[in-house]
Design a protein around this ligand. Structure first.
Ligand code: KIV
Length: 273
């Protein structure tokens, strides 16, 4: 347990992430948005948990991540922080909370850290947000960068296809990653970019890359927890490996409950007072 005068040696820190890269230890990350799931994910031994703004899709059913607000991210992040004992907890800064400039970015990052208790924030974008990233780092807040497919810019991209396949975009991604790492970001998420490019970035920066659809050359991997557990349906990108079919497990269990209620089998005597 961590607290005043009580430290937990096992708690994963941003420094531990960098040390893991240096030692060649792969970093495992998953998203979580609620207390119950985060507790299971943490207990299973994950290194980092991201409260992704993918909560917009997974928890709310929106088609993009754009509607998430700072208040909503804080609500989800607080729920996750309440459950986690070991993993590093990173919270996405939602669309609109930092694109308007340095002052808004720092104010919102401070709110997220203060009100959720998370360990770090994640921000989408390259050199165009560098001043804001630097100011947030100067405020003492660890920042994870996010390059490649950045879903908050989906209306600019027009598609969720693989990014940086062409030389110009690949070159920009490499220089963005270097600038963000040099500024002091403790990690860089690389989403849906060619594996060879992700490997090159990984080799050329001193902080860990965390890939999603970016191949095996990254220092770590992240997936959306509901996707890898097979809760979501109709979303099967090539990079997604399903480790369970919870959709089927839950549907069967709920179907059994419905039938037990209808037949009068539930509750039985032992389940009554
Ligand atoms: O919001 C999210 O879940 C993310 C991951 C896909 C990296 O940003």
């Amino acid at each position: 347990m961590a607290g005043y005068l009580v430290s937990d040696e096992r708690k994963v820190t941003t420094h531990r992430f960098i040390e893991m890269k240096q030692k060649g230890e792969k970093i495992s990350m998953l998203t979580s948005y609620d207390f119950t799931t985060a507790g299971i994910v943490d207990k299973a031994g994950i290194d980092g948990i991201l409260i992704g703004d993918s909560a917009s899709n997974v928890m709310v059913g929106n088609s993009t991540t754009l509607p998430m607000t700072v208040d909503q991210m804080i609500y989800h992040a607080r729920s996750v922080v309440n459950a986690v004992k070991r993993a590093l907890v990173v919270c996405d800064m939602p669309f609109g909370s930092y694109q308007t400039g340095v002052h808004d970015g720092v104010t919102n990052a401070i709110r997220i850290m203060k009100e959720s208790g998370c360990d770090a924030v994640k921000m989408e974008g390259g050199v165009e947000i560098l001043d804001t990233v630097k100011a947030i780092l100067d405020a003492g807040i660890p920042v994870m960068a996010h390059l490649g497919l950045t879903p908050q810019s989906i209306n600019k991209f027009g598609t969720y296809a693989v990014r940086a396949k062409e030389d110009r975009e690949a070159a920009k991604l490499i220089s963005d990653a270097k600038a963000l790492a040099e500024a002091g970001c403790f990690g860089v998420t690389l989403e849906k970019v060619p594996a060879a490019l992700a490997k090159q970035v990984t080799d050329e920066i001193s902080v860990p890359t965390i890939g999603i659809g970016a191949g095996n050359g990254c220092d770590g991997q992240i997936l959306v927890v509901a996707d890898m557990l097979g809760m979501t349906q109709g979303f099967s990108p090539r990079f997604l490996r399903r480790y369970a079919n919870l959709n089927e497990v839950m549907t069967d269990a709920i179907g059994q409950y419905v039938s037990d209620v209808k037949s009068g089998d539930f509750p039985n005597e032992k389940e009554s007072y």
